[in-house]
Design a protein around this ligand. Structure first.
Ligand code: DC
Length: 225
């Protein structure tokens, strides 16, 4: 099933499984895939490398404007410090503005599956299908703990859960582009679903949504400002 020009938004909180799900959706639908969280992670990393505070709006905006594709390939974009730096720079309006065109150009070029926090609400409000992927805090913390362990990073489960809660609060309570489901998003709760079951459900609802006649026009072709 090739869907050139279709935009699919996959939003949700940290460790809900949206990245894996979005990547698999993109492969199944033969669409390009963009992990937009990586953009914020790369900005946060640049600010940390400069020895600056990720809440510093001027430095963070300059880092966002200086971003180059190789920044997204760095091996040090994940881990507690990188997570919180990404979330901090993501709360700065000028950083979000600096990254907006890149995301829209990516989606408009050939259609895409994009995952993030504000894809369905801000970046592509006219996306043909929007998913909001979530899971309980306990389950997301468990997954993040296992992911860290899989990478050989020793972590304290209580601290992992505290970090997930902090990041949820920071992402959901910021004034600009807060984490929230779009009104027309389909909710997928993966608390009791494994990756295969979550993917099967996502593919089913996306296909059903795309089959609706009013979804036929391509988001990539429409202006979104
Ligand atoms: O999806 P992620 O955990 O890799 O995202 C890292 C941080 O980036 C997240 O805490 C909030 C921010 N982010 C955002 O504000 N908007 C997006 N579209 C994607 C990520």
């Amino acid at each position: 099933m090739a869907l050139n020009g279709i935009v699919i938004a996959v939003d949700g909180p940290a460790a809900a499984g949206k990245g894996t799900l979005a990547r698999r959706l993109a492969a199944a639908l033969r669409l390009p895939y963009l992990d937009t969280g990586l953009l914020y992670r790369a900005v946060g990393r640049r600010v940390l490398d400069a020895g600056a505070d990720p809440r510093d709006a001027g430095i963070a905006e300059a880092a966002a404007r200086a971003l180059v594709p190789a920044d997204l390939d760095r091996a040090d974009l994940r881990g507690p410090m990188a997570d919180m730096a990404a979330s901090a720079v993501a709360a700065i309006p000028a950083v979000r503005a600096a990254l907006l065109d890149f995301q829209r150009d990516f989606g408009r070029a050939h259609g895409a599956v994009l995952d993030g926090r504000d894809i369905g609400t801000v970046v592509f409000p006219q996306a043909q299908a929007k998913l909001f992927v979530t899971a309980s805090v306990a389950e997301r913390s468990r997954r993040r703990f296992l992911e860290l362990a899989g990478r050989g990073v020793a972590a304290d489960p209580a601290q992992v859960e505290a970090e997930i809660r902090d990041r949820d609060a920071q992402d959901a309570n910021r004034p600009v582009a807060p984490l929230r489901p779009a009104e027309d998003a389909i909710l997928i709760d993966t608390t009791t679903l494994d990756a295969d079951a979550a993917f099967a459900e996502a593919l089913r609802v996306v296909r059903a949504r795309l089959a609706q006649p009013d979804r036929a026009a391509t988001a990539a072709a429409k202006p979104c400002r």
